[in-house]
Design a protein around this ligand. Structure first.
Ligand code: SAM
Ligand code: SF4
Length: 324
């Protein structure tokens, strides 16, 4: 499916819950989170129906996110259901990893193709400071389980915020020791991320080159996303940068997002899109749903304006509701 500017949209990110077992400082408040009512969250049947319609419109890859997708009880059923949709070639997961080691066998059996694990530090105290939970050992068990799974595509995502500068080289070293991608994601001014310090791609690269010598570009495209990848002498894997702030990639954007409450979001920064859950509740047929999806995608914004301050049409949700 093409948007109004001719960009091909073949990648869907689905937030399957707003709930989470961590409280990362850039994503959720420490206390007083107001959860969406269960009845407002897309059911299994609604998710599968919408994914089937997206596949009919040309989506080939679906990433499940949240909140924390592993806290949703029917996750393996969702993976299996989406994997069975004609046209879907990959179903992947973005997770904090805390519950991954126990659930991975079932998810692999259901057809999971890849895992992106979010981890900003290997230091237990700092992990607790960033996530407000003392759960680093469980997250590392999840990472190790994913790395041990044959054929599973594993990436690690880290948000550099200054406080974790000393952790960037040790995290990158995971790509030295394993055939995986370690990616550094520039903090975006969305929700709680608006008021925190951040590091740029150039600053992170400087830290990594001081530790590992000059970075070499790789031809690797890294799957469905906008990452740019380099490697260092002696590394088995790759180091990636997703730099929405300093290397805007909107002209190549290939994705749309479905929130946990069934809102089709066409750009991370803006509230633009369509409330598919309301249409489902109204009992519309597949043709009307497809038309609403196509119409929203046609009006997908050209680009974000993160560096220009906030505007009236900007997203007001926190990341746990959008899915990152
Ligand atoms: N709970 C899962 C996890 O943490 O991987 C999935 C949801 S989380 C919202 C998805 C990703 O968004 C995580 O990698 C997280 O680091 C990232 N994220 C959250 N807020 C962000 C922000 N303001 N800027 C950049 N990335 C952010
Ligand atoms: Fe939870 Fe992920 Fe948000 Fe952290 S980034 S609070 S793990 S949803």
């Amino acid at each position: 499916m093409l948007d109004g500017l001719g960009r091909s949209i073949d990648y869907l990110r689905v937030s399957i819950t707003d709930r989470c077992n961590l409280r990362c400082v850039y994503c959720m408040p420490c206390e007083g989170v107001e959860w969406v009512d269960h009845s407002a969250v897309l059911s299994y049947e609604e998710l599968i129906r919408l994914c089937r319609l997206f596949a009919e419109l040309g989506v080939t890859r679906v990433r499940l996110t949240g909140g924390e997708p592993l806290v949703r009880r029917d996750l393996d059923r969702i993976v299996r259901g989406i994997r069975a949709i004609p046209g879907i070639r990959a179903v992947t997961l973005t997770t904090n990893g805390v519950l991954l080691s126990e659930q991975l066998p079932g998810l692999l059996d259901a057809g999971l193709s890849g895992v992106n694990l979010s981890l900003d530090t290997l230091d237990r105290d700092q992990f607790q400071a960033i996530t407000r939970r003392d759960m680093l050992p469980a997250a590392l068990a999840g990472l190790n389980a994913a790395l041990a799974a044959p054929g599973l595509n594993v990436k690690l995502n880290c948000v550099p915020m200054g406080d974790n500068d000393a952790q960037l080289a040790p995290l990158a070293a995971l790509a030295r020791d394993h055939d995986m991608a370690v990616r550094f994601i520039e903090l975006m001014p969305i929700g709680l991320g608006s008021s925190l310090p951040r590091r740029t791609e150039a600053q992170v690269l400087e830290i990594l080159e001081a530790a590992y010598g000059p970075a070499r570009p790789t031809g690797w495209a890294g799957g469905a996303g906008p990452g740019r990848y380099v490697t260092f002498e002696g590394f088995r894997g790759r180091v990636g940068f997703i730099s929405a702030m300093t290397h805007q990639f909107c002209d190549q954007c290939n994705r749309v997002r479905l929130t946990a409450t069934g809102f089709l979001k066409t750009c991370l920064q803006y509230e633009a899109g369509v409330d598919l859950k309301s249409l489902l509740a109204g009992g519309v047929d597949d043709g009307a749903l497809r038309a609403a999806m196509e119409d929203a995608v046609r009006r997908k914004p050209a680009a974000h304006h993160f560096t220009e301050g906030r505007g009236d049409a900007d997203e007001r949700r926190n990341m746990n509701q959008i899915g990152g």
